[in-house]
Design a protein around this ligand. Structure first.
Ligand code: C5P
Length: 218
């Protein structure tokens, strides 16, 4: 049995990756953190000093950049041109840069074709912003995970603190809000709930409670 495609979309800090990881483990599915792929592209772009306004340069960059998600002892490693960038891509600076680079068509096309390849056989949970609307519009199961802005900011802040990133709660809340606005207002593949997605508000819910809600669906 191959399994289906499960799309988990939603704003920053809604718990998408935590929930997707737990869900994929439970189902024996592959977890594809598409945000990590865009983050790796942002990291590479910064390394290369890419000029976002230079269309030709952006195209060449997107054609040659290599992003890979590698399953390693039950956790996912993110490789950018072969280099392990798993922790480097989690800084607030890279978050903001990612939100900018993900507006560019060649970057989105490259990531989308990679994601479609990785999910082609089913048995995958993909989390992102445009999975249910653009990347896998025919996904068998779609969730739209949200939470109050305050809770999302708080979760992100705790995550960053645990990773030793220097920031404040207010800065994190602002960062998350700014990114959501950019992601929702962009022209290409904006953050949007698919018509056939099941909305889940995770405010005040534990991981187990969210998974239990999801399991009522399949
Ligand atoms: O999910 P995460 O916060 O790691 O995503 C980082 C950024 O990558 C988002 O703010 C968004 O701009 C971009 N992204 C996207 N499409 C996806 C996943 C992430 O544009 N499918």
């Amino acid at each position: 049995e191959r399994g289906v495609v499960i799309a988990v979309d939603g704003p920053s800090g809604a718990g998408k990756s935590t929930i997707s990881r737990a869900l994929s483990k439970r189902l024996g599915y592959l977890e594809i953190d598409t945000g990590a792929m865009y983050r790796a592209m942002a990291w590479l772009a910064r390394e290369a000093g890419l000029d976002f306004d230079n269309h030709q340069a952006v195209k060449a960059f997107s054609d040659h950049a290599e992003v890979e998600l590698q399953l390693h002892n039950g956790s996912t490693r993110v490789l950018a041109n072969g280099q392990d960038v798993t922790s480097e891509i989690r800084t607030p600076e890279i978050s903001m840069l990612t939100s900018r680079i993900s507006t560019l068509a060649p970057v989105r096309e490259a990531m989308m074709s990679l994601q479609r390849k990785m999910g082609a056989r089913g048995g995958v949970v993909l989390d992102g912003r445009d999975i249910g609307t653009v990347v896998f519009p025919d996904a068998e199961i779609k969730f739209f995970l949200s939470a109050s802005a305050e809770e999302r900011g708080r979760r992100r802040f705790l995550e960053l603190q645990a990773k030793g990133v220097q920031t404040t709660l207010q800065e994190t809340i602002d960062n998350v809000a700014q990114r959501d606005q950019q992601d929702s207002e962009r022209e290409l593949a904006p953050l949007r709930q698919a018509d056939d997605a099941i909305p889940i508000d995770s405010t005040g819910l534990s991981i187990e409670q969210v998974i239990a809600l999801m399991e009522q669906v399949y």
